[in-house]
Design a protein around this ligand. Structure first.
Ligand SMILES: [Zn+2]
Length: 398
């Protein structure tokens, strides 16, 4: 059985997706591609174009998209995983599988901070980060790629700790500010050590999330200079507008808008980024699981909110959750480009949406209906059990 699966997906496996209604690229420069067919080989995009112009011969698998919209799989830039598909935060199992049904194919840990009894001594912090990195590298819950192993910095860490973490395969720093380091100078030093050794960092922005967490204001965020300004719209308590504007103007780093944040501050960030011509810096996350629970449709809900209330074309907002994040995070997915991982979500307007097309329905604030999700060219779910039902769904022809 395992051997047969390997034969279907291994070297030479060719998949053709035809009859695509709208092909979203994930690229802000050109969010909609003039193409109706995507060819996948060995789990990666091999060709994109009109059916008559691409080589579809010898396909082992064929999917008729049935006129639906195909987009890169959604990337959640901010999650807090702990162990497989269980979260102790709200004591739920299956939350990652539920997010797959919301179109998410990649999640990035902002720290495994909900681990019961989370160690705070340096050796313990490092051991937990390496364990999380190893565990999620070995196990993809329901196929979802979870990039984890994101230590939260604590006082007492020295450059050697970052060097040894990087050498052990740790590539991320969890939210700066959730540990004992909350001052600009120390955060800046540790973020710089992390960067020097190839680790990407995120910082908590705004008021405390839960008892025990604390305020990180714009001066600390600017001083720390982490790669991602985590939940710039607060997690959930947002900074004053003037401080959010300063972060947009004075920092070149990613502006992460999350579902578990302040919606008005999210719109303020979006409008400021647009005014400053900085939309390429906007990326999306849920910040789940958290006090607000888990949000299987969190990324879709942020997309619909930013497009409808924020008055931005839906195809542009989809880029925030795909190509923008992929570029910012150096991922091999998130863009409809030859050579990228074949992580896809098939969507259509939800049944009885006032919008006639998927993009129009999102612009009107409705959630898309998901008909299928693929990861590395493999079907991981068909009609979503969580979104409103899609009007049309793709069909597996062979
Ligand atoms: Zn946070």
């Amino acid at each position: 059985m395992a051997h047969e699966e390997a034969a279907k997906t291994g070297a030479g496996m060719k998949l053709v997706i035809r009859n695509i209604g709208v092909l979203l690229s994930g690229d802000l420069q050109r969010p909609i591609l003039d193409a109706d067919t995507v060819v996948v080989k060995d789990g990666r995009i091999a060709a994109i174009g009109r059916e008559k112009d691409v080589d579809t011969e010898g396909a082992v698998r064929m999917i008729d998209a049935n006129g639906t919209t195909l987009a890169p799989g959604l990337i959640d830039s901010h999650v807090h995983p702990v162990a497989g598909d269980w979260t102790p935060r709200q004591n739920q199992i299956g939350w990652i599988d539920s997010c797959l049904h919301g179109g998410v194919t990649t999640m990035i840990s902002a720290g495994e901070v909900h681990m019961p009894g989370r160690p705070k001594d340096v050796v313990g912090v490092k051991a937990m980060a390496i364990t999380a990195q190893r565990a999620f590298a070995a196990l993809r819950p329901s196929g979802v790629k979870v990039l984890a192993g994101a230590p939260v910095i604590e006082h007492g860490m020295v450059e050697e700790d970052f060097r040894s973490l990087a050498e052990a395969g740790v590539r991320l720093l969890g939210e700066v500010g959730l540990g004992s380091v909350k001052d600009g100078p120390t955060a800046r030093q540790m973020v710089a050590w992390a960067r020097k050794h190839g680790m990407q960092s995120t910082i908590h922005t705004g008021g405390p999330s839960i008892p025990g967490s604390s305020l990180i204001d714009k001066d600390v965020v600017l001083a720390a200079d982490a790669d991602v300004i985590g939940h710039i719209n607060g997690g959930h308590t947002a900074l004053p507008d003037a401080q959010i504007r300063s972060l947009c103007e004075e920092s070149p780093r990613a502006l992460e808008i999350v579902h578990n944040g302040n919606e008005r501050a999210a719109l303020f960030t979006l409008r400021t980024a647009k005014e400053l011509k900085q939309l390429h810096r906007v990326i999306l996350g849920t910040d789940a699981p958290a006090g607000s629970g888990v949000q299987p449709l969190g990324i879709l809900r942020v997309i619909a909110a930013l497009s409808s209330v924020g008055e931005i074309p839906a195809e542009v907002v989809f880029c925030f959750a795909t190509g923008n994040t992929a570029r910012m995070r150096n991922l091999d997915s998130g863009l409809m480009e030859v050579g990228r991982a074949a992580d896809f979500v098939f969507m259509d307007a939800a049944q009885h949406s006032a919008g006639k097309t998927l993009l129009e329905s999102v612009r009107l604030g409705d959630l898309p209906g998901i008909g299928m999700v693929m990861i590395d060219g493999e079907v991981k779910s068909e009609r979503s059990r969580n979104t409103p039902p899609a009007t049309r769904v793709p069909k597996v022809v062979k």
